[in-house]
Write a protein of this length. Structure first.
Length: 263
């Protein structure tokens, strides 16, 4: 793991567990992140009546559970399924997937630098977790902005550069979307053509690779401009430029234009 888990979970923690054995009174599971055994009692499977526990869990299944009690002396961990909300389940699974992805990326960095994985993890894990509120979040930052944020956070330049290179190769950054509307008016004989030209000029502005601009009619004379980019700052900048270009073009043709940012 990119950062070592503490030896035991705490009551209230969400854990990813693999179901090993099912009995009439509950299910024995292994906590994947801790390597510990735990018990999901039948009374903690569902808020309703449980006729057959296998209607809720089965051998070999991975599931998200909440820790109720931990007895380190006896080695007992009591768990609950019914106290985990759908939102908590989704967030925990996403977090687990990100941890695994972060581990894989850092192992690729260790191979590139010909360093032991443990050394790379030791130098990066806690620092990224602390500075970027998560190791994967730090890797995403490097994929977007290069090694500079990592160097500022305290990583050596060689290590930061290798991390940024691997992150850019292997992380598919999520796209953000921002919208606005322009109201374009023209009383000229060829007013419709002028409005079309204004919209086309907005569509054709210079933009970074991967950025998408979409335009469509909301209700004449209102037209929507939608921008998709890797981060909000860049998306907002392109949206503003596209709107300004459309307004400048229609104004030059004798018309008027007004931009409004949509929430």
């Amino acid at each position: 793991m990119a950062t070592r888990k503490v030896e035991w979970p705490e009551p209230g923690d969400l854990v990813l567990a693999s179901v090993k054995k099912i009995t009439d009174f509950g299910a024995y599971v292994t906590l994947d992140e801790y390597g510990k055994e735990g018990l999901l009692h039948v009374s903690e499977v569902s808020s309703g009546w449980v006729r057959n526990i296998r209607d809720f869990v089965r051998e070999g299944q991975k599931t998200v559970l909440k820790v109720l009690r931990v007895n380190t002396e006896k080695g007992h961990i009591d768990l609950s399924l019914r106290r985990v909300s759908r939102h908590e389940r989704r967030e925990k699974v996403l977090s687990w997937k990100r941890e695994r992805k972060a581990d894989s990326l850092l192992r690729s960095v260790s191979e590139r630098l010909k360093l032991p994985p443990e050394e790379v993890f030791a130098k990066t894990g806690m620092l990224l977790d602390e500075k970027f509120e998560g190791i994967y979040e730090g890797l995403e930052k490097a994929a977007r902005e290069g090694p500079e944020p990592l160097v500022k956070a305290g990583l050596p330049i060689e290590l930061a550069t290798a991390i940024a290179e691997v992150a850019k190769e292997k992380i598919r950054l999520p796209m953000v979307r921002v919208k606005g509307t322009v109201q374009l008016h023209s009383m000229k004989p060829k007013g419709a053509l002028h409005i079309r030209d204004a919209l086309m000029s907005a569509q054709k502005i210079e933009k970074p690779e991967g950025v998408k601009i979409s335009l469509y009619v909301v209700a004449t004379p209102k037209y929507a401009i939608e921008v998709q980019a890797e981060d909000y700052k860049e998306a907002e900048r392109i949206l503003q430029q596209a709107a300004e270009k459309a307004i400048k073009t229609i104004t030059k043709a004798g018309g008027t234009g007004v931009f409004q940012r949509m929430k």
